[in-house]
Ligand binder design. Structure first.
Ligand code: GLU
Length: 419
């Protein structure tokens, strides 16, 4: 077999997950072979003028996995670990995620290997604009629509939108989602992933007959997903006993003061120094005795090594790919209800879809409308996955993959192979 440039632990994991679902679905071999690899993968050099006058060349990526259902869709990640393999895995997961929740989008992901915390605002803007320019001919409102992911935010999306618009000669709001509301963003997008995660936890709790007001939760990661999930969990009566970010975490079995931690996080770039609870490491947090565990940070946090020590009842995956294949096998043997990443964190891309639709129509919705439709879509998807899981006696992860993959495969069979 020819060298597969995008091979990496993350892409091996994504491909293996796909193979298991494909086998179970008895998928047409000619379709399966195409879905194992991305449609298109780009590596670009991103020369950036640093504040000291030097030029630094960052490496950027955009991987477009499959667009049979509609324009490619997926975030842009700024992180030192970004590489072709990771971006390819994330792009594949986007394909299944969009399909699973019934969006007319394909899957993509992009990123730049950098530490955004180490860049000044000026450097970040220069890098973002040049990265956008490098992929400009491969994105577009009906081609590929980027969004935020780890290390990027609404400001970065505003620069992407502006760069694209300057090249076109007019404002093109619909080129990117997760923008500030003032330039065509939607109400409720920033909160969408964390909020959606909690909607899916509420459905899981109903299914399991668990009373959320008696539950405890531990949340790993305090970025856009983790912080909103923490807030929303507290608002439905869950006692949050631990939170963390990349600098470490805080734990209090009696419950942390969520409002005050959110205030602290709004004023400080990291949680270190937060005066609430006792310090706890990111790895120890995962092993806490709690009802709901939310990994909402990096991928591959739950591994063959620590999976056997999880003590939660519900594992709600806010992050993309937080659980390795080995860990998954171990978790299957335990009494843990998994809400897999492509379902649990789909709220972000669902509201991205709403943003894109509103931009295309120049007609904007209220936040109530956004949240109501988000909840409807997620609840429907949750039950579709649960039905497959019960009918076919497979775990929730495999059921979600089976649903996502089967819709994509059916569309590919209808459209055929252009050759
Ligand atoms: N980066 C987010 C994800 O992984 C959102 C993608 C989007 O909104 O397009 O789902």
């Amino acid at each position: 077999m020819a060298t597969i440039e995008w091979r990496s632990p993350a892409s091996e994991m994504a491909v293996r997950q796909f193979e298991v679902a494909a086998e179970r679905l008895n998928l047409d071999g000619n379709v399966a072979i195409r879905l194992k690899r991305p449609d298109r993968a780009m590596i670009v050099s991103v020369p950036t003028r640093m504040d000291d006058g030097r030029v630094q060349v960052f490496t950027g990526y955009r991987v477009q996995h499959n667009d049979v259902l509609g324009p490619f869709k997926g975030g842009i990640r700024y992180h030192l670990d970004v590489n072709l393999g990771e971006v390819s895995a994330l792009a594949m997961w986007m394909t299944w995620k969009c399909s699973l929740v019934g969006l007319p989008f394909g899957g993509a992901k992009g990123g730049v290997a950098c530490d955004p915390m180490q860049l000044s605002r000026n450097e970040l803007q220069g890098m973002t604009r040049r990265y956008t320019a490098e992929i400009l001919n491969f994105i577009g409102p009906d081609v590929d629509v980027p969004a935020p992911d780890m290390g990027t935010n609404e400001q970065v999306m505003a620069w992407v939108m502006d760069t694209y618009s300057q090249h076109k000669g007019h404002a093109v709001a619909e080129i990117v989602t997760g923008k500030p509301v003032e330039i065509g963003g939607t109400l409720g997008r920033k909160e969408a992933t964390g909020r959606g995660l909690v909607y899916s936890i509420m459905e899981a709790a109903k299914h399991l007959g668990v009373d959320l007001s008696r539950c405890t939760a531990a949340v790993q990661g305090f970025g856009n997903v983790g912080s909103v999930a923490t807030k929303e969990l507290a608002s439905v009566g869950v006692k949050v006993i631990a939170v963390s970010d990349r600098t470490g975490g805080f734990y209090d079995p009696k419950g942390l003061p969520v409002e005050r931690i959110l205030e602290y996080a709004a004023k400080n770039p990291e949680l270190s120094g937060c005066p609430f609870g006792a310090p706890i490491s990111n790895t120890d947090l995962l092993e806490l005795n709690c009802d709901i565990l939310v990994p909402a940070a990096l991928g591959m946090q739950i591994t063959g090594e620590n999976a056997g020590r999880l003590k939660c009842r519900i594992l709600a995956e806010g992050a993309n790919g937080p659980t390795t294949l080995e860990a998954d096998d171990i978790i299957k043997e335990q009494d843990i209800f998994v809400i897999p990443d492509i379902l649990a964190n789909a709220g972000g891309v669902i509201v991205s879809y709403f943003e894109w639709v509103q931009d295309l129509q120049n007609f904007f919705w209220t936040e109530e409308e956004v949240n109501k439709r988000l909840r409807e879509i997620l609840t429907r998807a949750f039950h579709e996955v649960l039905d497959i899981s019960e009918r076919d006696k497979v775990g929730m992860r495999l059921a979600a993959l089976m649903l996502g993959v089967s819709r994509v495969a059916r569309a590919m069979l209808w459209r055929g192979l252009y050759a």
